[in-house]
Design a protein around this ligand. Sequence first.
Ligand SMILES: NC(=O)c1ccc[n+]([C@@H]2O[C@H](COP(=O)([O-])OP(=O)(O)OC[C@H]3O[C@@H](n4cnc5c(N)ncnc54)[C@H](O)[C@@H]3O)[C@@H](O)[C@H]2O)c1
Length: 253
Amino acid sequence: MIVGILGCGAIANLLINKVKDNEDIEIKYFYDRDIEKAENLAKISQGFVVLNFHEMIDKVDLVLESASQSSVKEFALDVIKEGKDVIIMSVGALLDKDLWNEMKNISKKTGAKIHIPSGAISGLDAIKAASVGEIKKVLLTTRKSPESLERDITEEEILFCGKASDAVKMFPLNINIAATLSIASNLDIDVKIIVDPKINKNIHQVYVEGTFGKLFSETENLPCETNHKTSMLAAYSAIHLLNTLNDSYNIGS
Ligand SMILES: NC(=O)c1ccc[n+]([C@@H]2O[C@H](COP(=O)([O-])OP(=O)(O)OC[C@H]3O[C@@H](n4cnc5c(N)ncnc54)[C@H](O)[C@@H]3O)[C@@H](O)[C@H]2O)c1
């Protein structure tokens, strides 16, 4: 499988190093608005930099988006229209209902697959299964360091309490999993974001209630060294998804 990368930052760097030894996957084309970042990754993997994103679409089987919500809005439809698969990391963009519905409709026509990794939370497999019944409530409580949320504070503070659709607009670099949970549960979920000067981890608690019963999960994430907003587990979830796309079996719902 030939893969192109849109956005050559923290996630893409981790991915390149972990996927290098998989003979079935060739990560070959790189695009970033910061050309130096694309050049660095192309050098490591002996791939090619494209100066215009569209140059890579007909050369790849799959595009991994690890750039920004705006890049999803700008490029995702063009990838899917050509029948090419896409992994979306900047999931917040998909809470734009018009964009998400158009992406799903076009992918049905062209056969392109849209993949959304589970990111830095646990329990998404159970939530997908729970969605067969009725999910009545989902609450995501996220606790992050001041560095991760770019706040200069000394006391714990609740920064946001509201719906996922607003959270992803107000914190576009921080709360993609609110969008992932919303799509998986088919609800605009409740979100609380807390900045906590006592921690240096990204802690996500997920509470779900439905006709299946209740679940609670807590994930204490170490941040990526090169981007404290991003958790290692989020990058690992993309790497695991990519590494197992061609497997003959699937674990989890
Ligand atoms: N789904 C999840 O659970 C999850 C978890 C962590 C991060 N993310 C998201 O994944 C994305 C990548 O995360 P990261 O930590 O690698 O970020 P990063 O800031 O380290 O890297 C992003 C790279 O993309 C480039 N970029 C941004 N917008 C672009 C555009 N429109 N066109 C071309 N290049 C563009 C930047 O120059 C940068 O090099 C972010 O949107 C982040 O919010 C999602």
